[in-house]
Design a protein. Sequence first.
Length: 553
Amino acid sequence: MAQQNQTADATDRATLPESLDAALARIGELEAEIAANNRRGMRLAMFFLNDRLATATPDEVLKLIGAMLCEYLVEVGAAPSGADCWLRIEGHQFGILPGDVIGVSDDVAVERALAEIGSDPATAIVTDSRDRPFLVTPLALFGEPMSIYGWLGIQLAEPKPLDEPVNSAMLAIAMWVRQHLERAASVADARRGTEIARLAARAQIMMARPHELDDALRIICELLHESDDIVGVAAVKFVSGEARTVDYWGEIDPQRAEVLAHEDTIEALDGPPTAVMPVMIDGVPEASFVLCSKSGQATLADEMLATVAGAVGGAVARHRATETIEILRRSATRQLIEAQERERSMIAADVHDGVLQQLGATAIRLELAQARVERSDFEAARAIIEDGAKEIRSCARELRSLLMELRPQVLDDNGLAAALKELGRNVQDVEVEVSSSVPDDLGNEYSITIFRIVQEALTNIHKHAQAHHARVDVHLDEGAIQITITDDGVGYEAAVTGPSAEGSHLGLLGMRERADMLGGTFSIEGRSGSGTRIVAVLPIKDGESLSVDDSGQ
């Protein structure tokens, strides 16, 4: 027995070195495996600390993480070389549109993973529509209940469970993804804000010049094409209450845009989030931009983006104001030309009916006087010549009056007060009293306007009023020049219905137009048998200072 024990001890001692070597070798293998795992863990840590993630967009973060996890499973032997990998987003999160971010996702694999995982965060090994084994990891927002916003699928070498450290690492990384996505989304928001501010500034510059509505809508529609975040725009205008698409591009249906164009809301449709940005012109919505954005409300609700629509409204309003001014200018020019033609027609009629008729009659008289001289009837000839001389002097007076209407030389030579008194003296059969308390150096614009209004009023009094007395009063009153002309004739109502009513109407229209040209007012009143009172008020322009001149009294 003792001999057997000794033999056994000798055998153990003989085999001990071999067991120790094996143990040491196993320890070396374990150390190498631990080191490899540590290196893999270090690479994971370095991946998450990589500078790329600090500035990457959310979809870039997902692509980086998906590629890293696929490489990790290949390295630990769980996935074959060149394994198929896909990642898809289920809902609009972190500014990423729903759909595939990596590869082509498999609906069968997702359905089977969802059925196996339930409400607990875990990975699932399922087969896809081609019976290939896949490790499917949910990307989740944890809460009550858990909300899954995406799926990562990586093809496996065999349909067997992963080692616990590998499985735990996959879940942990999936949970950490959210933190990086949120950080990337914050960076993307800052970039979008800068981009929108730049687009808004460019829109303000481009819309500084007046634009017609369709042209402005097309320009801004094209400008928004430069945005990385805006993926579709439709410019829609309203015509008789109907929405009509002027221009569009990107991921947007123009017919759907026309339906949404009347709304002023942000709306989640099938696809990119959509918003309506109304274009207000003078407080009236006349058009809309329908926008689709990858990031959703963060972009579409940005106040800087709303200024783009405001710039369009301002450009169109300025364009219409310019058109209105041009129309008014042409209308004023036409009215001025018509007024000039009326005045010329009236002067031509006065020359034809007055001076020309008198000169013709005078010529006949002189021929008659010549015949009397030839027959030595000198007394008769003298009488005829004297009548002819009177008619020639009358023609001279009428010609001076016509010259006064064409260009009042007395106004240039003697000033406004003297010119007004001259007008009063030239009215036949009516005693006219003139009083002026405004200075003579008013400037040509005011002086001519006052002179012409008084001249036309006195002409009407002479021709239509049947008056004996009239008064002209021109004075300053609260920053304006007031012209008042009164008479004791038949009154305005009787004058405008009499046989010479047409000339009276034309004269009144001319006075009114002259007052309007200086931004003034014109009024006339008078009942039958009670005389007529005309009042014209001409406002003094800003910066002009008029002093009262009593010398004209």
